[in-house]
Design a binder for this molecule. Structure first.
Ligand code: ARG
Length: 458
């Protein structure tokens, strides 16, 4: 395909260099946004009297026909084109003749690509936000179903205190709610139009940048043309937000993998979201969760690549910036795929309530409650803590759990220990009595579920 920039240079580009330079293999994804942006630009040129009504109609008709033909498969991307922008402009000129050449008035590929990428990422972010909401809903439904399932809460991967499965799942709902907010914030900052910044310095034509910005759904036009063409902060912000989504998905996946193991067996994954082994007939593998965990690294790589690509760039546009697209597309696509598999994986898993509860029996996870019981009877907490420490050491030695120690044995440790201690250390009581805001108590969990649902309905 002929080069649109064949102005000064008369020689032909080396074939290898040409292929190396080309981005159409990946930026063709933005054809809709490129056409949308071009139509808005032409509309602005018409409104400002820079092109005639007739020219605008021809350009618009030509661009619409290109979109239709790409979508019907009639027009294939020419991989010898430099990028999606030059491809569409060349096809337009082929179709409507000289008028097509007027489209690039008061515009450059530098502001064009910056505009297309923002428009494209806004759409992907809508999908990501919807995916986040779907996952939050799955977690909340699963939490609601399992409000009474008592399990071990862990610190240092050691059994710590009894919590409910609902409380644990709702912790993830909170992470994804923050992720939703981060995407919303980043999109809000990204929603300004670079279009009309031209190559870097703006234009001598009497354009109306605000008008074309509004046509494209932006809040307004960016304030500085040099910044307009060289800003890729939004790529970094989005990739950072995507990385954190992946961190959360990866932590959740790790727990699913652990919980599905025979060592835990707190959950059973549905057959639809697990796989078998080609040699071991008994295997049921949590591949989906493992893949999500594994793909997290790619998204971190996308973020690092983009940050590193930007760090030494002088203003304004540099070709290095073409590298932004593969990273941000990969990041977005990976997040979209992972969210789309995580939600139904959560929906379809079964919580094995008895196994989760059985694990609570070991590990003295009600020891804090015994210390609280003593403290409420007037023993300073630090002293109570020490006494319970020695009770636990005694229980370990005797091979007993705290509820198996007799009152007679308890009395040798402290006079304040009475028969009501058994209710205080009952696992259900331990959960029920947690009344602080956000705690694992049944009432608090109900309140949390209500709030998450309010967020989802908003
Ligand atoms: N394909 C290029 C990119 O993705 C488009 C902008 C090219 N601009 C230029 N002056 N060479 O960044």
């Amino acid at each position: 395909m002929d080069k649109l920039w064949a102005g000064r240079s008369c020689g032909t580009l080396d074939e290898t260099a040409d292929g190396f330079n080309s981005s159409i293999s990946f930026d063709s994804k933005m054809y809709q946004e490129d056409i949308e942006g071009s139509i808005a630009h032409a509309e602005m040129l018409r409104k400002c009297g820079i092109i005639s009504d007739k020219d605008f109609s021809a350009i618009e008709k030509g661009l619409v026909s290109i979109r239709e033909d790409i979508e019907s498969g009639k027009l294939a991307f020419d991989l010898s084109a430099e990028d999606v922008h030059t491809f569409i402009e060349s096809v337009l000129t082929e179709r409507i003749g000289e008028t097509g050449k007027k489209l690039h008035t008061a515009r450059s590929r530098n502001d064009q690509v910056a505009t297309d990428l923002r428009l494209y990422m806004k759409k992907r972010c809508e999908e990501i936000s919807a995916g986040l909401k779907a996952l939050i809903l799955s977690l909340t439904d699963k939490a609601e179903e399992n409000q009474d399932v008592i399990m071990c809460g862990y610190t240092h991967m050691q059994r710590a205190q009894p919590i409910t499965m609902a409380q644990h799942l709702l912790a993830y709902a909170q992470m994804f709610i923050r992720d939703y907010g981060r995407i919303k914030d980043a999109v809000g900052r990204m929603n300004v139009s670079p279009l009309g910044s031209c190559a870097l310095a703006g234009t001598t034509y009497p354009t109306d940048r605000e008008y074309e910005a509004k046509l494209l759904g932006f809040d307004g036009a960016c304030e500085n043309s040099v910044d307009g063409v060289s800003d890729r902060d939004y790529c970094v912000e989005l990739l950072a937000a995507f990385s954190l989504i992946m961190t959360h998905l990866s932590r959740l996946s790790e727990e699913i993998i652990l919980w599905a193991s025979w060592e835990f067996k707190y959950i059973e994954l549905s057959d639809a979201f697990s796989t078998g082994s080609s040699i071991m007939p008994q295997k049921k593998n949590p591949d989906m969760a493992e893949l999500i965990r594994g793909k997290t690294g790619r998204v971190y790589g996308d973020l690092m690549g983009t940050l590193t690509m930007l760090k030494g760039l002088p203003l304004a546009y540099n070709k290095d910036m073409q590298e932004d697209k593969e990273s941000i597309f990969d990041g977005a696509e990976t997040v979209i795929k992972c969210l789309s598999v995580a939600a139904p994986m959560i929906d379809t898993l079964t919580v094995l309530k008895d196994n989760a509860f059985a694990a609570c029996k070991k590990g003295f996870i009600n020891a804090t409650d015994l210390a609280d019981y003593m403290a409420k009877k007037g023993v300073p907490f630090r002293t109570a803590y020490k006494i319970v420490g020695s009770i636990v050491a005694y229980a370990v030695e005797k091979g007993k759990t705290l509820d198996e120690i007799t009152l007679g044995e308890y009395k040798t440790f402290s006079e304040v220990l009475n028969s009501d201690l058994y209710t205080a250390i009952d696992l259900k009581t331990c959960v029920e009595k947690r009344i602080s805001k956000g705690s694992t108590g049944f009432v608090s969990v109900k309140e949390q579920i209500k709030k998450v649902r309010e967020f989802l309905n908003d």
